[in-house]
Write a protein of this length. Structure first.
Length: 176
């Protein structure tokens, strides 16, 4: 079970209830802070001289190497270009990431920012044949007017949507 961090608000609530002569068990039940933590806070409060609130204890463990600001910069870059690798991110931000390893950048991308380890799929470009077919289709039907398109939608396997206000035609081929 992980240890719950006691915030300044929790400490203030515990001390306020203690000053109002509540029993420690009641304080624990009302604030949701463990009884042992309440006991330690009250003891530290009495030792300090009942004028000031006890400060929260420092967090244990190694501090994070990357600040929230740095993580935000990295996140913005990866969202704008999803195919970036951790190595490329580190190269682009040499001033921000010079003191950390490549593995640290990878872990930040995966654990802190939630980016998974895959590259964005490259979409294929149109082939030469597809381009030729599109040009051929356009040249074949460029002389058609709005009325011809409306008639064509009922007689051929073309389904078109004509906007009456603008007169623009949207085509959709379907297999019949």
């Amino acid at each position: 079970m992980s240890r719950r961090v006691t915030t300044r608000d929790d400490i203030a609530a515990v001390i306020a209830l203690y000053k109002a002569n509540h029993v420690l068990r009641e304080i624990s039940a009302q604030t949701g802070v463990a009884l042992r933590v309440v006991q330690n806070l009250v003891k530290r409060f009495r030792d300090l001289g009942e004028d000031e609130l006890p400060a929260p204890l420092p967090k244990s463990g190694r501090p994070k190497l990357l600040s929230p600001r740095t993580l935000k910069v990295i996140s913005r870059q990866v969202r704008s270009n999803p195919s970036l690798t951790a190595h490329e991110v580190k190269e682009r931000n040499t001033r921000l990431l010079s003191h950390v390893s490549l593995r640290c950048v990878q872990q930040a991308l995966h654990d802190d920012l939630g980016f998974k380890s895959f590259r964005a799929r490259r979409k294929p470009l149109l082939t030469k044949r597809q381009k030729e077919n599109r040009v051929k289709f356009c040249k074949k039907y460029e002389v058609w007017d709005l009325e011809t398109w409306r008639n064509a939608s009922t007689s051929t396997p073309l389904n078109s949507d004509v906007d009456d206000e603008t007169g623009q035609v949207g085509l959709c081929m379907f297999r019949g």
